[in-house]
Design a protein around this ligand. Structure first.
Ligand code: PRP
Length: 180
């Protein structure tokens, strides 16, 4: 697994510092609100687990699963809801959607509108990684851990064909791994 990594982009230490900084800001911004962290499976789980531990305000969690990618490196562009959010108190929830990465922006832009239409009190977005150069729709996340170049990254929840999610750092995958 480690031999498949070209370069470490964000080390465990850098990730921890980034997550703490995000958690401080979110804790201050959501003081007095009813924060619902909404993780988008599967990529967000590691980031979400770390983020929630560092929040200093009361927080609830929930998950949705959408699929927009096939088993490859290129987005199909379609957003399908595989696991929906079922709550009867959504009108009282200040939802913060938690993602591992934003690429084209299609997933989050669709989800924000979807959750607003469901009646959420507020909807904001938080992503560990952002690839602004890949954007295909006009979308700006509210909280970003790190902006990264257009490289194929894995680890810290991010996969290639479901592998590498458990790596504790974020690394660039060797081209030969997905081009073979
Ligand atoms: C990734 C990521 C986002 C989406 C971002 O999920 O977690 O949900 O792609 O891409 P976009 O900005 O182009 O819409 P993926 O479909 O790879 O599923 P996973 O989280 O289960 O790995």
């Amino acid at each position: 697994m480690i031999s498949d990594i070209e370069k470490v982009l964000l080390s465990e230490e850098e990730i921890e510092k980034t997550v703490k900084t995000l958690a401080e800001k979110i804790s201050a911004d959501y003081e007095g609100k009813k924060l619902l962290l909404l993780g988008i499976l599967k990529g967000s789980v590691v980031f979400m687990g770390d983020l929630m531990k560092h929040l200093t305000i009361p927080t609830q969690i929930d998950f949705m699963r959408v699929s927009s990618y096939g088993h490859g490196t290129v987005s199909s562009g379609r957003v399908n809801i595989v696991l929906d959010l079922f709550r009867n108190d959504i009108g009282e929830c200040d939802i913060l959607v938690v993602e591992d990465i934003i690429d084209s922006g299609k997933t989050l832009s669709y989800l924000v509108q979807y959750l607003k239409n469901k009646g959420a009190r507020s909807v904001k977005t938080c992503t560990m990684l952002d690839k602004p150069s890949r954007r295909e729709v006009d979308f700006t996340p509210d909280y970003v851990g790190a902006k990264i170049p257009d490289e194929f990254v894995v680890g810290y929840g991010l996969d290639y064909n479901e592998d590498y999610r458990a790596l504790p750092y974020i690394g660039i995958l060797k081209r030969e791994v997905y081009e073979k």
